[in-house]
Write a protein that binds this ligand. Structure first.
Ligand code: ZN
Length: 320
């Protein structure tokens, strides 16, 4: 099995020792898999306060993010920066950059604790631009938030970022998109969207997912709505059902975290980032690529009984 864990800089020697022992045990077959399904209900923020085992960075290649102009061309821009953090905004909206900049370090640290590793980009960059509607995405390590002039003015009027509290300023979109800057290109879209949304909506926010055998109920303070699971081996979502694979992917991560606990799930997350399956891309995904991903990243840490738990999402060992 190919592993990319050489030349890691770790936060503490203990993290190194534990991680090395774990890898040694895994590679040598010392660990008996498949017997550990005892539920661990510890929520992640409490569960992850011990950051001794954060691998930083996760690969031995640290890359500079590439900033491009994604929104209205030839905007004059203002940039706020400190250490390895940068926020770029259109001229006239400087306050947004100045207020958002100090939010980025805790956003980064929170996600490091959640995933168990540091990303492999040398800088944290948020690029806000004027756009005709709302568009959020990540490309080459940069978070892009396209917003209308009305929205940007509204942020300043409400002091939206200045008043923001909590990791990632309590902003679901910033949290979600920032998780994407930690992820590999070699994992299916539903897995990555589900992981980002699980952190942003469930761990850091008030949304509650109840992931049952046949469907999921998604609740906020006011009400719950029940949705069918999307078949995660089906990437054809004609008819406006794309949101269902985000939601089903969120249930996938929540269910496994509740079943196996944050520590084991962090090992899976590290494996996804540090030992990417080159044969699998973001999209399209299929029953075959799903089986490859589960076998490579999940079974070694969670055991074979993971299959029966994720069958409800349309993920099966392999096609005949
Ligand atoms: Zn996303």
């Amino acid at each position: 099995m190919k592993r990319g864990y050489t030349r890691l800089r770790l936060v503490t020697p203990w993290g190194f020792v534990l991680w090395s022992l774990l890898l040694l045990a895994c590679n040598s077959g010392f660990i008996e898999y498949g017997t550990s399904s005892e539920p661990n209900q510890t929520p992640w923020p409490e569960d992850s306060t011990n950051n001794d085992d954060i691998i930083c960075p996760i690969t031995d290649t640290v890359v500079d993010p590439v900033v491009v102009q994604k929104f209205q061309d030839n905007e004059e821009e203002y940039e706020a920066h400190a250490e390895h953090y940068r926020v770029i905004v259109p001229a006239g909206y400087e306050q947004i950059a100045d207020d958002l900049l100090p939010i980025l370090p805790t956003c980064e640290t929170t996600i490091e604790n959640f995933l168990g590793y540091c990303r492999s980009w040398s800088e944290v960059i948020v690029h806000i631009g004027l756009y005709t509607s709302q568009k959020s995405k990540v490309e080459d390590g940069v978070v892009y938030l396209g917003r209308t002039a009305h929205t940007l003015s509204n942020w300043i009027e409400r002091d939206y970022w200045g008043q923001a509290t909590g990791p990632c300023g309590g902003d679901n979109t910033l949290a979600h998109e920032t998780v994407h800057t930690f992820q590999t290109a070699h994992a299916p879209a539903w897995l990555k969207e589900g992981q980002a949304e699980y952190l942003a909506a469930v761990v850091l926010a008030e949304t509650h997912y109840q992931c049952d055998e046949n469907d999921m109920a998604i609740c906020n303070d006011a009400e719950c709505t029940t949705y069918p699971y999307w078949d995660l081996s089906d990437n054809n979502w004609q008819g406006g059902n794309k949101h269902l694979y985000y939601k089903t992917g969120t249930c996938f991560w929540q269910l496994l975290t509740d079943e196996y606990g944050g520590e084991k799930i962090r090992n899976v997350a590290r494996s996804l980032a540090a030992s990417p399956l080159e044969a699998v891309g973001n999209f399209p995904f299929s029953a075959e690529t799903n089986a490859l991903i589960i076998n490579h990243h999940f079974i070694p840490y969670l055991g074979d009984d993971v299959w029966e738990k994720i069958a409800r999402f349309g993920i099966e060992p392999s096609s005949p």
